[in-house]
Design a protein around this ligand. Structure first.
Ligand SMILES: [Zn+2]
Length: 294
């Protein structure tokens, strides 16, 4: 049964300051941002809703991106460009030629290199001020909690249901916001899960359990328009920044769908399911031991 909650509430609003007012940075601007940062992030700093305080929050943030692929690439590039202090990349794969049609973190010369290595290099070249942590591994029930613990927020750009459900449960137990994006063929989906907050749903409120392995086609079988992944990954990076800096209204309790062929965006309410096996009134899942990724 759907349960209402605070998920529609605006993210922590920033106090209003005059646009372009250099005192909007005070006391955080001169004390916390270098001259180079004042220049690099000038277009953020003049945004009344971001300002020096918001930029300082972005610099302090630690974001984990799971999957350095078609979604993780644009998300990571925008988050590095925005000045997120620490970016973690999780991926156990190497760059292949067929990745380059959508995974814009990589160049042709990167083929064969570990994605986290080539990705870290590209992000460092874009913004040397960002600390990149490479996790060349597959997220499992055994390592998920330990890895997530070092981050404030998680972006799921993975390409399989096992990882999606694992991340959903791990972020719920760790009480970390999970900004989740997905894309297939010409369509994308995006939401933010904060089910540890009252009234907010989790991914299992939408889908109780993963489909049996082999019953759903993957990206290599169905195909995906590269730029559609770019749209969803960019939106994912944007929602992460909103959560970090407390901008506007987040995507918790809502789900956005994008249809590239008709250029349609739709946002629907995503209610909490009181019977949810993870975040409901009588949860059946209490740890990660039931996951197929050992
Ligand atoms: Zn739930």
């Amino acid at each position: 049964m759907p349960v209402g909650g605070r998920c529609d509430a605006a993210l922590r609003p920033r106090p209003a300051t005059k646009t372009g007012d250099k005192f909007a940075l005070w006391p955080y601007g001169k004390a916390m941002l270098s001259d180079e940062e004042l220049d690099r992030y000038a277009r953020h700093l003049v945004l009344r809703e971001v300002g020096g305080l918001g930029q300082a929050k972005i610099r302090r943030a630690r974001v984990l991106i799971v999957g350095a692929g078609g979604l993780g690439s644009p998300a990571a590039l925008y988050l590095a460009a925005a000045g997120v202090g620490t970016l973690g990349l999780v991926d156990d794969d190497a760059v292949s030629l067929s990745n380059l049609q959508r995974q814009i973190l990589f160049r042709t010369a990167d083929i064969g290199r570990p994605k986290v290595e080539a990705g870290a290099e590209a992000l460092k070249a874009l913004n040397p001020g960002v600390q990149i942590r490479s996790h060349e591994l597959r997220l499992t029930a055994a390592n998920a909690m330990e890895i997530i613990a070092d981050y404030d927020i998680v972006a799921d750009g993975s390409d399989n249901f096992a990882t999606r459900f694992l991340l959903n449960d791990a972020c719920f137990f760790a009480q970390k916001p999970l900004v989740s994006a997905a894309v297939t063929e010409f369509e994308g989906q995006l939401s933010t899960y904060k089910a540890y907050e009252p009234g907010c749903p989790c991914y299992r409120c939408l889908f109780a359990a993963p489909p049996p392995p082999g019953t759903t086609p993957n990206c290599s079988e169905t195909g995906v328009l590269g730029a559609a992944a770019g749209v969803m990954g960019s939106l994912q990076g944007l929602e992460v920044l909103k959560e970090i800096a407390g901008l506007g209204t987040g995507m918790a309790g809502k789900i956005l769908t994008y249809k590239a062929l008709t250029a349609e965006f739709r946002t629907a309410r995503l209610p909490k399911d009181s019977a949810c096996v993870l975040c409901g009134d009588r949860p059946a899942i209490h740890d990660l031991s039931g996951h197929s990724l050992p």
